[in-house]
Every structure is written in structure tokens, then in C-alpha cells.
Design a protein around this ligand. Structure first.
Ligand code: ZN
Length: 134
């Protein structure tokens, strides 16, 4: 399996544009971000293309590499399912979920609500409970 496919599957249940995720690649923990579209944020080497899809791999906040998935992965099953779901969200067919603790939003990919927030930096079990006002 391509390691980009492994990353997409690791993040699959909680993947969203701009989200941050964690994968073990060749025994090494790698943080990575998923981006789709033209964000014009300087991270984006394919910024001139609308709907470009990329994974940016970070180490301690430094960008190691950015992979252009559209040219990397002609045959990329997870990515095509993710793009179909994103299009359904765009047209209002699928909802997005939001964590009340960290603000992470994502597209639910099963009917069962997750036990914890899918953001690896959060993982709160109270993601769908409102914060208590002090
Ligand atoms: Zn969260």
C-alpha cells in the first residue's frame, strides 16, 4: 500500500480540509495535514489549481514535504471515496460534525457516532457534550 493511502485510511473517519492527523510510517510517528482546494497559504505548492488535494507532512512544526495527491495517486481508492463525500457535503446531502471541545469538524463516514473526537490532538470523549459554564 502506498503510504499516502495508509495515511488517508488512518484519518478517514475524521478527515476534513485543513485537519491534522497522525500516522505511523515505517515505524516513525508522522503528523500530517490534509488540504483540498486553493488555500493560498504558502504551504500549497499547487496553489494555482482549484481543487488540488494534498497531504503535508510535518515534523515538530516544520514542513517535511507536501504531496500532490492528484498526480501521485491515479489509483487511490480512499481518496476517491473521500472526494465523493466532500462533494455530498458541498451539496448539503451529508452533514458535518463538530467537536465542542476543539472545534474540529469532519464528515461522518458511518451511522455510528464516534466515541472520541477524531482529531488526534484532542480525542475527547465529550466531543458532542456542551462545555459546562463556570
Ligand atoms: Zn476535539
Amino acid at each position: 500500500m502506498k503510504y499516502t493511502e495508509k495515511m488517508l485510511l488512518d484519518g478517514y473517519d475524521g478527515l476534513c480540509n485543513g485537519g491534522s492527523y497522525l500516522s505511523i510510517i515505517d515505524g516513525v510517528k508522522r503528523w500530517w495535514e490534509y488540504r483540498r482546494g486553493n488555500w493560498e497559504d504558502g504551504y500549497n505548492p499547487v496553489t494555482n489549481r482549484d481543487k488540488a488535494t494534498e497531504i503535508t507532512i510535518n515534523d515538530m512544526g516544520y514542513i517535511l514535504t507536501t504531496i500532490d495527491l492528484d498526480s501521485d495517486c491515479d489509483n487511490h481508492p480512499a481518496l476517491s471515496r473521500i472526494k465523493e463525500d466532500e462533494d455530498r457535503v458541498y451539496y448539503g446531502i451529508l452533514p458535518t460534525l463538530t467537536c465542542t471541545r476543539c472545534g474540529h469538524t469532519w464528515i461522518p463516514r458511518s451511522n455510528k457516532l464516534p466515541d472520541v473526537c477524531p482529531n488526534p490532538k484532542c480525542k475527547s470523549p465529550y466531543w458532542n457534550k456542551p462545555r459546562k459554564v463556570k
